[in-house]
Write a protein that binds this ligand. Structure first.
Ligand code: ADP
Length: 480
């Protein structure tokens, strides 16, 4: 089976978040299962041109302007073939989607061209048996394939319903869709163009990145205005939790951390903690619980709770290290907290892969109090690093973290601390439970061991996607 994986970012070539981790690792896991998956993505600035083979030229008239580009074939370091769409005026920029907190004005053109080039690649370059599209950037591809009466089955995966690709109605002609598509049953959404809707309507099957999120997005609370449409497609909507690339995220092989460790010998973790405390200028003290978090600093991730609960958390004696970029208000709030409480708080504003690994390894507790969380990867990384997660019960966090209750402990499945109610009090109380447990060495070691032994590898997720590809093909056959 041949599968074209159309996606706007993929590690290690381009990354702003978890989507890139998925697109970097899942294709390789599927390839190990005998599927010829190839990725298609834009050729952004900084992606090496060495060894790229020319495949074809691409050309489109978009909104009255001729756009030209070329498709090159290369490979990720893990061997997955990747088609890179090269059109310097569109993709050779400092950011992937925008700069300085502002989206690029021509994002619609950029991703319309991407999807139109994918249609041409599938016709003239490489014919897949299935197209797997991800988030709004590739949501127009299923619609274009239907326009062209293609028989190729399409699976559309929602990685985050918060980013739907909405644009002013005036931009609708840029899509090249027939004008009758601009209705509430089509891509119109409260008077605007909603690109994600094209994928949700036109694809043969839909999925999202955890079973709980698949259910949540069919409710008004989490549906971001699309819950009605998602409920209507409930029978075609599936959830598959993301996996972890353990060749990159495992403390026994991680080259970014100062000492390696494993379930059998956690001595290296103490070294990682001391080194992190030292390098960040925090008091080096093994007994102080070190709480870490690495995330985009946006309200989705629950940073309003972290900001309002920070004083209470540090008053319990913890050190708190926050790595992230995003909303300037959160960046400023955490910088101010660091100035106010310099012996206990570090606000590391930036995107730093190496530091992300060092925090996973050096922290005792990992904080993810998300308002919503489609899958979440960092809680899975934390488990493998023996860093016990504190999470809110939502989306993929609910599907991976099991609260420390007497029963869950007894059954050997408790691996973290979970709260339900989205409130500062609930977060602080749950961090309090985690800190109390941290002081009980036997209990803590047990929790670490349960987490470190868990298997959230991509191979497990790949098996689910294989089944989903079969379902997609089946749905496509019935649609004809
Ligand atoms: P999302 O996709 O919503 O951002 P995920 O938990 O699924 O959240 O994935 C986030 C990924 O991005 C993780 O690999 C995380 O380590 C990484 N990441 C987020 N912010 C930063 C940062 N400031 N520095 C380094 N890595 C980061």
């Amino acid at each position: 089976m041949n599968v074209l994986f159309c996606v706007a970012e993929a590690a290690p070539f381009a990354k702003t978040g978890g989507l890139a981790d998925v697109a970097g690792a899942l294709p390789a896991a599927l390839r190990r299962n005998g599927v010829d998956v190839r990725v298609m993505m834009p050729h952004y600035r900084g992606i090496s041109r060495q060894g790229l083979q020319p495949v074809m030229r691409a050309r489109s008239e978009i909104g009255g302007t001729d756009i030209e580009g070329a498709v090159w074939l290369g490979a990720f370091p893990n061997g997955t073939p990747v088609y890179l769409l090269d059109a310097a005026p569109l993709y050779d920029r400092a950011g992937l989607y925008g700069e300085g907190g502002r989206d690029y004005d021509d994002n619609l053109v950029r991703f319309v061209f991407f999807c139109q080039a994918a249609v041409v690649l599938m016709r003239d370059g490489w014919a897949p048996d299935l197209a797997h599209c991800h988030d709004w950037h590739s949501a127009l591809l299923p619609a274009y394939l239907r326009m062209h009466r293609s028989r190729v089955p399409t699976l559309f995966t929602v990685h985050n319903l918060a980013h739907q690709g909405t644009f002013p109605a005036e931009q609708f002609p840029i899509t090249g869709l027939p004008h009758e598509a601009f209705t509430p049953d089509g891509v119109e959404f409260y008077g605007k163009l909603n690109v994600m809707k094209a994928g949700l309507i036109s694809s043969h099957a839909l999925s999202t990145v955890s079973e709980t999120y698949a259910k949540e997005i069919q409710t008004e609370e989490y549906g971001m205005g699309l819950d009605g449409l998602l409920r209507a497609r409930s029978a075609d909507l599936f959830g598959v939790l993301n996996g972890v690339d353990y060749s990159l995220w495992d403390p026994s092989v991680d080259p970014s951390i100062p000492a390696r460790y494993s379930t059998d010998d956690l001595a290296g973790k103490s070294v990682c903690k001391a080194s992190l405390q030292h390098d960040l200028g925090l008091p080096v003290d093994a007994r102080v619980p070190l709480i870490g978090t690495v995330a985009r600093l946006v309200s989705q991730k629950g940073f309003d709770l972290v900001a309002s609960g920070l004083d209470a958390i540090v008053s319990m004696g913890a050190q708190v290290v926050i790595l992230g970029t995003g909303d300037p208000a959160y960046e400023a709030a955490f910088r101010a907290a660091q100035s106010r409480i310099p012996h206990q708080v570090r606000a590391l504003i930036g995107f730093d892969e190496r530091l992300a690994h060092r925090i996973e390894a050096g922290a005792d507790i990992f904080l993810m109090p998300s308002r919503f969380e489609p899958s979440g990867l960092n809680q899975l990384y934390s488990l493998r690093y023996g860093t016990v997660p504190v999470v809110r019960r939502t989306g993929g966090l609910a599907d991976s973290i099991v609260d420390v209750t007497p029963e869950n402990l007894h059954l050997g499945r408790a691996n973290g601390f979970v709260f339900d109610h989205y409130s500062t009090e609930a977060l602080v109380a749950t961090v309090g439970r985690a800190i109390a447990a941290y002081r009980d060495q036997g209990l803590w070691r047990w929790l670490q061991q349960v987490g470190m032994r868990a298997d959230f590898s991509w191979d497990r997720a790949a098996e689910r996607y294989l089944a989903l590809y079969a379902v997609t093909a089946d749905r496509a056959a019935k649609w004809r």
